[in-house]
Structures are given as C-alpha cells and as structure tokens.
Design a protein around this ligand. Structure first.
Ligand code: FMN
Length: 360
C-alpha cells in the first residue's frame, strides 16, 4: 500500500483526512488519523490565530507523526451595498428560532490568513495545504520552513499552474467532492469546472510530474484503490471522516449524512457565495428560491453567520451548512478514526486481491 508519496511523508497508508473548516477536523481527529498511519490535516479557515496555535499544539501533544495545516486562499469580493433582500430570505430561518432579523450592513472581520500562515511556518508544520486559490507567492516561504506543500485543483490547467508555482503535490478535486470547489480563480458568474474524479484524476496524473492525491466521493477502500489504479499516490477523504467519533460534526449533521443518499447533494452558492457541494436542506432551498442571486463570497456566509451558529447549537440540520460529497450511501455509521483507517486498509487489500484473482 506504500506509494512514493507515503515514503516521502512517512505514511503507512495512502490516506489523507481532508481538512474541513467549520470545527469538524478537531486536533483529536487529525492526531488519530496520523496515529493510524494516514495524514491528518487541520483546517485554518474560520479560526483565530490563537485557536490555530492551540490546535497545532494539541495535535503535537497527541501524536509525534507528520500532520498538516490547510489554508483557504479565496479573497473576499466587493462588499454588497445592501444585504437586506437576502437577509429577509434568511429571516425565515431566524423566525423559527426567535432570532432578531439579520443586518443589512455586513462588516468582514480582518483576515487572519497571513498571520496564520506565518505561524504554521514558524511552528514548522510538516505539511502545508492550500485550496481555493493559487499559493505560488507563499510556496517558497513554506518550503524554506521545511514544509511539504500541497494544493488543490479542479482542472488540468489549474494543476499545471500549481506545478509551475512549485507545489510538491496536487490534490485533484473531482466534482463529487463535498465542500467548496477549489478553483484557483473566483468563479464569478460562470459555473466552476465540474469534472468527476474518475475523469479528472488520470488527466491530471498525465499532465504533471508531482504526485497527485485524489479527492471527491471516495468513501471506502474500493474508491481509494480505484484512485491508486488511476495513478493517484494517495486519496483524500472528507465526508467519510465527518462521521469519525473524534470529528466535531454536530449530531444532527451526522444523522443527515447517514440518512442522505447520492441524490441529496447539490453544488450551490446559497451557503457562502462560492460554489460548494452540500446536502440540500431548508437554507439551500430558501436561498435558491429567493429570486435573487446569493451575495458574493464570503458575504453570503457572513450574512447567515448568526443563523448557522444558532442552528448548530440547537442541533438543527435544516438551517446550517451541511457540506458533503456524493458518496453518501457509503456513510454507514459512526466509528473511530482508527477503525475507519483499518477498514479502508482491509478494503483496499480485499479489492486488490479481487482484481488480482480476476485478471489471472
Ligand atoms: C465539511 C467540509 C469542509 C471542507 N473544508 C475544506 C477546507 O477547509 N479546506 C480544504 O482544502 N478542503 C475542504 N473541503 C474539501 C475537502 O478537501 C475534499 O475536497 C472533499 O471533502 C472531498 O470529497 P468527499 O467529501 O466526498 O470525500 C471540505 C469538505 C467538507 C465536506
């Protein structure tokens, strides 16, 4: 099961736990995946500098193995002049839980990204990852600090651009993937590339020389093995790890993941203003039926912040963002990260044996 990337990163299995912003990829989850022989990744987005420092320290207390920190690079677009139309749409959810109507004036807090990146470099985090943007200007600093740099692409052209920018490995994100489409430029009004993992992965593998990690809709060992057969050196799983015991996923979210099927997700701007794959729930339906476009990134998320927070605290999966990939029928239940990695290993081995037997 070892690939050259595994050897380079000191992994026992070609499994990467996707960084998932929102409080889901806890230090406990990251460390448990690392201790099981995979690569665990923290997500820096939406954390303060102090929170990220605390999470890095916590991972280091729980494991001596290599781990990663991931950054979302997408810069905010122009602030909306007036968010009141969208706030009236979101007020339907607020009314259900006694929240005050949303504010028309949205003020973005200052970005912690630059300071967080410096912190990760100073802390000599072994793997630094990027998504939703081109990290080229940051790559030399990260590599000089000893980091192995990975970045995510959704097309061959993006993968070539990342390679030219000096990254050490590329994550090829198929359209099945849960979460934001990791395009390098803001998609604007155009649809982002939506190329499935099966088609995207071998084309990226053929186009670049750096190792490729597959992501999107991979839920069990069969998916990981298929990715390896297509030339990936590891598979990055997100939704599957949302169900790990150590994940911060709130119970109603977990339950919805277990109940939902492959037809229940949609790529939508309704949640944050940037196209993201998520389970279609009340907030997605309300915003998509509103008759006006969602606010731009990240103002749509900012407008709904109080609503999302209240929904999560009260255990309501209808008015919170439920980012998830398309492999949902394979989300069978909750187990520890170690059990997930052990199951993946066994399934990869069983699949490889089946293939070997079939071809003899
Ligand atoms: C809840 C959630 C949050 C995510 N947040 C991030 C993130 O902060 N950074 C990142 O690089 N990718 C993020 N992703 C995308 C993952 O890296 C990965 O592409 C995706 O989970 C793969 O699809 P899968 O969920 O079907 O395994 C997120 C995905 C989900 C489901």
């Amino acid at each position: 099961m070892q690939t050259p990337l595994c050897a380079r990163l000191g992994l026992d299995v070609p499994i990467v736990q996707a960084p998932m912003a929102g409080g889901w990829t806890t230090p406990e989850l990251v460390a448990a995946v690392c201790n099981a022989g995979g690569l665990g990744m923290l997500a820096a987005a939406r954390l303060s500098l102090e929170q990220l420092r605390g999470q890095i320290d916590a991972v280091r207390r729980l494991t001596t193995r290599p781990f990663g920190v991931n950054f979302l690079l997408a810069a905010p677009g122009a602030a909306p002049a007036d968010a009141s139309g969208m706030q009236r749409v979101l007020d339907a959810g607020r009314a259900q839980r006694g929240l005050a109507p949303g504010s028309a004036a949205l003020a973005l807090p200052p970005s912690a990204l630059a300071a967080q990146f410096e912190l990760a470099c100073d802390a000599r985090v072994p793997v630094v990852g990027f998504a939703m943007g081109d990290p080229a200007p940051l790559v030399p600093r990260a590599q000089a600090a000893g980091a192995f740099v990975i970045a995510m692409a959704t097309s061959v052209a993006e993968a070539r651009r990342l390679e030219a920018g000096g990254v050490d490995a590329i994550v090829a994100q198929g359209s099945e993937a849960g979460g934001h489409r990791s395009c390098l430029e803001p998609p604007g009004d155009t649809a982002p590339p939506l190329i499935g993992t099966m088609a995207l992965l071998p084309q990226v593998v053929d186009a670049v020389r750096v190792p490729v990690i597959a992501t999107g809709g991979l839920m069990d060992g069969r998916g990981v093995l298929a990715a390896l057969v297509l030339g990936a050196q590891a598979a990055q799983l997100g939704t599957r790890f949302l169900l790990a015991l150590e994940a911060g996923t709130f119970p109603a979210y977990r339950q919805r993941l277990i109940e939902a099927d492959e037809t229940d997700t949609v790529v939508t701007r309704a949640l944050t203003g940037w196209p993201a794959r998520a389970v279609r729930n009340s907030v997605v339906r309300a915003v998509e039926a509103a008759g006006e476009p969602p606010l731009g990134w990240p103002y749509q998320a900012l407008a709904a912040e109080d609503l999302y927070r209240a929904a999560i605290i009260s255990g309501d999966a209808d008015w919170a963002p439920l980012l998830a990939g398309q492999g949902l029928r394979l989300a069978r239940g909750v187990s520890s990260a170690a059990e997930i990695v052990a199951a993946l290993k066994a399934e990869i081995a069983a699949g490889a044996e089946r293939l070997g037997a079939g071809f003899r």
